[in-house]
Design a binder for this molecule. Structure first.
Ligand code: 5AD
Ligand code: SF4
Length: 439
């Protein structure tokens, strides 16, 4: 009889992909099957995120909760970025944890589950991460890592510490994996990396050097592949060559996540982001002129050390000008091993932003974004989009899918057309929910 695995995944798409990898390894090699009930699991895994302090703090209360409800001899393992960052401190703090496996070590999962009270968290290059996991959550949509780690040193970010130096995965392996997925019915591929458009700067061994734009082009040549998405690109590396390929290649979905972080050039400099407010706006303008329906998402941090009212107004100004389709916004959270944290440790440092002010800025930003979305949503009415139909609710006869610019659209249909990509006209808008009809 198979053993049961319960896995909780926090954080980014990279973590989701790592979880898929873990699940595949355990299903194939260790006879596990997934359960969504931690009470019946033989193994409980938490795949953690450490970019902000709050989820990291919650980890220990979650371990406590699972320890109370788990089967007596069930094991608990902690994986991901907090595992990398805290390592055996997790074992010291919680006697209920059986093992700790870092974000760069996920492919060792089937070895570590047989150990007890160990932490494997080295961030050397792990050869086995070139072995793409065979499991994907969806047959229609597949994810492929194209690079691991991050070479940037944004002064607020813990990721280079938890995931290590950036290494590009050889393009021939990526292309073979993409072909394999397409042969198995995949229509849409999501390319993943901390900094996808930095692709090609470093390989661990000698490999054909191609950049991200060339990689996109080569993948798009695969027959049968319909759609390509990628996340996340860095605004700094959005050169004209990339924008032209993005705009003209019909297989590349017209949606982009473009993390702004701050609209103030002074703050961007302190964050070591490498671009200015003007550069960011210029890239947006160039893309929008070529792709009028382009959907743009972003991440913004408020309350970064020394952020003044004027800096925050610059952030609001970018929001007004770009009118982002999605916004993830955060209050700055000081993280160990980062440059910004070391400034704050100096008691003479005067740049800390008061928490109440940061909260207020976050609320202003979110409110304004919500209003913009409401205003812009109305413009979607009657637009026609190509939609990949991803699921069908038999009972309510409702198909659901995503437009190429990443809007979720529902369509009444007597037929189950899952897997097809069809043109749909948006015919009704209920708040954030879009209803469409086939044309
Ligand atoms: N504090 C707040 N937000 C952060 N992010 C990364 N590090 C921090 C931090 N120390 C945000 C950034 C990034 C997203 C994944 O998380 O906006 O793009
Ligand atoms: Fe962190 Fe910056 Fe790397 Fe993104 S680019 S993972 S924010 S260091």
């Amino acid at each position: 009889m198979s053993k049961k695995l319960y896995i909780q995944t926090l954080g980014c798409a990279m973590n989701e992909r790592d979880s898929e990898h873990i699940i595949a390894e355990l299903e194939e090699k260790e006879n596990y099957s997934l359960t969504d009930n931690p009470k019946e699991a033989d193994l409980i895994l938490i795949n953690t995120c450490s970019v902000r302090e709050k989820p990291e703090k919650k980890l220990f209360s979650e371990i406590g909760q699972y320890s109370k409800i788990k089967k007596q001899d069930a094991k608990i393992g902690i994986c991901g970025c907090t595992a990398s960052h805290l390592g055996d401190k997790i074992l010291k703090r919680s006697k209920n944890v059986n093992f700790v496996l870092g974000a760069r070590n996920v492919s060792k999962i089937s070895q570590i589950i047989h150990k007890d009270r160990v932490a494997w968290v080295d961030i050397d290059y792990d050869d086995s991460s070139y072995v793409f996991s065979q499991k994907q959550n969806s047959n229609l949509k597949g994810m492929i890592n194209i690079s691991i780690g991050c070479d940037k040193k944004c002064t607020y970010c813990i990721v280079p510490h938890t995931r290590g130096n950036e290494i590009s995965i050889p393009s021939d392996l990526i292309l073979n994996e993409a072909k394999r997925l397409v042969d198995n019915g995949t229509k849409e591929i999501l390319l993943l990396g901390q900094n996808v458009n930095n692709y090609g700067r470093r390989f661990s061994t000698e490999h054909k050097k191609i950049n991200f734009t060339q990689l996109l082009h080569e993948i798009s040549q695969i027959e049968g592949l319909e759609r390509i998405r990628f996340t996340s690109p860095h605004p700094l590396h959005m050169d004209d060559e990339f924008i032209t390929e993005f705009a003209t290649n019909r297989k590349i979905c017209k949606a982009i996540h473009m993390p702004l972080q701050s609209g103030s050039t002074a703050i961007l400099q302190k964050m070591k982001r490498g671009y200015s407010k003007e550069w960011f706006l210029n890239r947006v303008e160039k893309m929008r002129s070529l792709m009028p329906n382009l959907s743009i998402g972003t991440d913004i941090i408020v309350g970064f050390p020394t952020e003044s009212e004027a800096d925050f107004l610059d952030t609001l100004d970018v929001l007004e000008k770009v009118r982002f389709d999605t916004l993830y916004s955060f209050i700055y959270s000081s993280r160990p091993h980062t440059e910004a944290a070391s400034w704050c440790e100096d008691e003479n440092f005067k740049g800390l932003v008061d928490e109440e002010i940061a909260k207020e800025r976050l609320a202003i930003l979110k409110d304004r974004h919500k209003a913009i979305l409401q205003e812009d949503n109305a413009k979607l009415l009657h637009q026609i989009h190509s939609v990949l139909l991803e699921s069908y609710d038999e009972e309510n006869k409702l198909l659901e899918g995503r437009s190429d610019n990443n809007k979720l659209i529902r369509i009444h249909s007597l037929d189950n057309l899952v897997g097809k990509i069809l043109p749909v006209r948006i015919c009704k808008i209920n708040g954030a929910q879009l209803m469409g009809e086939f044309i």
